[in-house]
Design a protein around this ligand. Structure first.
Ligand code: GLN
Length: 553
């Protein structure tokens, strides 16, 4: 597959602020190089001491993106998978914790043969080993490496050192992209380059020089400003790429490629220019622009964080999956976060009737409802009340992981009449454990073995014919990604099935319930797995696709 004689590496680093779009820039470069016919892979480096993102709070760190091989990674990995339309693995993700863990394990195994093990060079050597091995795994012509954090932080120094060492050894095979922010202070109304100049200088002190500057900001980078960047940052003027805010992230590869960023990077890597074929991508972006008719979807869950920005980060794959499915059907999704705590009897103050009225008033105007994954007890009763409403009022429903578990509980409570039905996650002593925990998970929890011990990654699921999900997938066996500790309790399966909430997907090896689907409802599906992780821009996930179709109807 590879076209080049040597592997080439591009490091993407950030200046001035975090959260300005290094991840999307990396992903977009992936789209561009793929459209030039190269094989591309991407790595994300998270400078946290955590071994994976699974133990990080979603409010602080955003979504935990799960790979097929069960790694709990950063949300940027989701962007790479979506923009590259490829599956990535554990080898594409590293954290400071993970790197140090390997170095220490090697030291314990005498792999350093009695040498003093030092932060430099042994830690960056381990970083390089990981980058190289991920590259070989995919036989990639071009490997994109996003260094998390911002220049000037102590945390990411060993990663910059790894880049410097690679550059020193193979100067023609390494390029650096600085994604930096150019603020426009309101009292000046003018874009300022100084912070980026400092960032560039900081990069220089790490022994690296930017080949390209991606100038993020609220407006286009103009000529005087790019001239300034060129002089003070030592980057050719034409290599300063204007990257203003856009309405859809999927426009970014096109906008960057309009400035020929791909060939400019190839030049830095001593490779001849190659044409880019973005025809398909461009027509996809046209389709987004033409999707004007709105559909209203509520995402019901416990509220956390500080406003919609955090929330959209915590559920980015769900949001992207809804968008992909909507654009496929030429509609524009309008998403509203509904705080489920509004629907619960806080301290017994609201009566059942009052709550039902609240749920009705809030949800009646939505065309569809999604309950995404979640953990813990807060907001759960409210979610269950919301699910009862959408079940009874035939509003299309898609429940993802917790959304499947809580839909099952709602059904057992309100249709089978077992009012005590619950998950042991919420009530460990419940007499009706519709969602329970298997013995080995119990011991994980008891012994505080939380890191990387959930049911994680891809598992098969056999689908029952003559169901909506089978119609959606048109496959007997599917594979989907998981991230949960609790499971549906098969003791409730027959009764629930007979009453109309049918078990339509089961893991063939373990018999674990993976999908439930309600009979005589336009669309009511709950999955124990997370379909959102496998949705791609031009290949919407079958379940989201069918959910949106039901919403449109
Ligand atoms: N809290 C539930 C469990 O651990 C669901 C997890 C999720 O929604 N990702 O099983």
């Amino acid at each position: 597959m590879s076209k080049l004689k040597k592997h080439k590496f591009i490091f993407i680093v950030g200046g001035v602020l975090s959260g300005v779009g290094k991840g999307v820039t990396t992903a977009s470069l992936g789209t561009i190089f793929k459209a030039k016919g190269f094989s591309v892979t991407a790595l994300k480096i998270d400078p946290y001491v955590n071994v994976d993102a699974g133990t990080m709070n979603p409010i602080e760190h955003g979504e935990v993106f799960v790979t097929d091989d069960g790694d709990e990674t950063d949300q940027d990995m989701g962007n790479y998978e979506r923009f590259l339309d490829t599956d990535l693995y554990s080898s594409n993700y590293m954290t400071t914790g993970r790197v140090y863990l390997s170095v220490i394990e090697n030291e314990r195994a005498m792999k350093y043969k009695g040498k003093c093990v030092e932060v430099v060079p042994h830690v960056p050597e381990e970083v390089i080993r990981r980058i190289t091995s991920a590259t070989k795994e995919k036989d990639a012509d071009i490997t994109l490496i996003e260094v998390g954090g911002t220049l000037g932080e102590y945390q990411n120094l060993i990663f910059l050192e790894a880049a410097r060492m690679m550059k020193m050894r193979n100067p023609n095979d390494i390029a650096t992209v600085l994604v930096s922010y150019l603020p426009v202070p309101s009292h000046l109304g003018e874009m300022k380059t100084k912070p980026t100049q400092y960032a560039s200088r900081t990069l220089n002190t790490a022994g690296l020089q930017a080949d390209i500057i991606v100038a993020r900001g609220s407006m286009e980078l103009d000529k005087p400003r790019s001239e300034k960047l060129a002089v003070f940052c030592g980057v050719p003027r034409e290599n300063c790429i204007s990257a203003p805010d856009v309405s859809s992230i999927y426009e970014i590869p096109i906008r960057m490629e309009n400035q020929d960023i791909g060939n400019k990077l190839l030049k830095a890597l001593k490779i001849k220019s190659v044409k880019t074929n973005l025809i398909e991508w461009k027509s996809f972006v046209k389709k987004i622009e033409n999707s004007k008719k709105e559909i209203k979807i509520a995402i019901v869950g416990k509220y956390f964080g500080t406003g919609k920005f955090t929330l959209s980060d915590s559920y980015i794959s769900v949001i992207e999956a809804i968008k992909h499915a909507s654009w496929y059907s030429n509609v524009k999704p309008v998403l509203t976060w509904v705080d489920s705590e509004e629907f619960s009897a806080q301290g017994g103050s609201a009566s059942g009737g009052e709550i039902q009225k609240k749920v009705h008033d809030k949800l009646k105007d939505f065309d569809g409802v999604i309950v995404p994954g979640g953990f813990g007890t807060r907001g759960v009763e409210g979610i269950i009340n919301a699910i009862q409403f959408v079940r009874e009022n035939k509003i299309p429903y898609l429940g993802l992981c917790y959304g499947m578990q809580l839909a099952s509980i709602e059904f057992v409570r309100n249709v089978l009449g077992k009012k005590k039905a619950n998950t042991v996650e919420v009530d460990p002593k419940t007499t009706e454990p519709v969602i329970h925990i298997n013995p080995n998970q119990k011991s994980n929890v008891k012994n505080h073995r939380y890191g990387g011990t959930m049911r994680l990654g891809a598992y098969d699921c056999a689908l029952r014919h003559d169901t909506k999900v089978f119609e959606a997938y048109k496959q007997d066996i599917i594979s989907e990604r998981h991230r949960h500790r609790y499971e549906f309790n098969n003791d409730y399966r027959d009764e629930m099935d007979k009453a109309g909430l049918e078990v339509v997907g089961v893991n063939p090896e373990s018999g674990l319930v993976e999908i439930v689907e309600l009979k005589n409802h336009p669309f009511f599906v709950g999955t124990q797995f997370h379909p959102e992780f496998k949705s791609r821009p031009m290949k919407p996930h079958p379940l989201f696709r069918e959910f949106v179709k039901a919403v449109i109807k």
